[in-house]
Design a protein around this ligand. Sequence first.
Ligand code: C2E
Ligand code: CA
Ligand code: CA
Ligand code: CA
Length: 278
Amino acid sequence: AKSLGKSRYSFFSSDMMDNYQRRIEIANNIETALSENEFSIYYQEKVDANGRRVGAEALARWNSKKLGFVSPAEFIPIAEQSGKVTEITRWVIERVCRDCSDVFSRIDPPFHVSINLSAHDLKKYHLIGFIKGTFLKYHIPRGLIEFEVTEHSYLDNLVVANRFFDEITALGCRVALDDFGTGYSSLSYLTKIPIDLIKIDKQFVDNIGESARDDALVITIIEMARRLGMELCAEGVETMEQRQFLTEHGCHMFQGYLFHKPMSLREYQNLLARPAEE
Ligand code: C2E
Ligand code: CA
Ligand code: CA
Ligand code: CA
């Protein structure tokens, strides 16, 4: 192993060093960021086939004094690895519930706001108590909050994950399966956790129109959801062609830049004040 030492050095480039240092810095700055309110929530609207709003997804944003703007695609995995993600989740839940009591609870059902959960959150039983307490504090009506989980969230411990799902389902929250079709998916899990809604991953939506097989895959996912009695939402819809294809094949809920980008609560309030497009 010693003789490999030298060549190993050449692999450890300065880019990797920078990357490593940045990861450490991100991990070390999360707590301060939470206490100093550097995080915020952006909302991205979900619409139905007629362009009517059906809900919004809460997406975390971090504008760090020290590191500048950091994307959740970067800081969430680092927070997961450093054991800090549930702190972020708690902050997100608190903020979204506050926004709900200020703004969203006045919108008619079935409007809902979805919150992303990390795999690690499902193992934190205290999070359930926190959710219950926060719902009470902000008078959250049943059905207003939905939770999104990715497929690999529950793979390692189905029993623990299901205990979590049972509790949030009892609170009236629906469960959405995020990024469907990516990662370590196993179709058999679809019947083993209480999923209400499937989100077709953006990569499938991107591939619509690329080949007959790509199209067939999307059609199959839509058909599968229908047969399983699950609702379906397509993510990352950017073109009219994608929207049309999805609609034609029975997917009636969309999220994507074609409709709306994620926006601050203020911007979203302005949007809510305008009548939805028909
Ligand atoms: P996600 O849950 O799959 O969220 C969708 C991502 O796609 C968002 O990126 C959204 O801004 C982006 N997006 C939506 N429509 C389009 C489109 O038409 N085109 C393109 N190119 N992108 C689109 P964002 O906000 O950067 O979040 C990235 C990921 O970070 C999320 O993926 C989610 O996995 C994670 N994340 C974000 N906020 C939270 C959070 O509060 N908690 C947890 N655990 N994860 C979060
Ligand atoms: Ca999501
Ligand atoms: Ca997703
Ligand atoms: Ca994707």
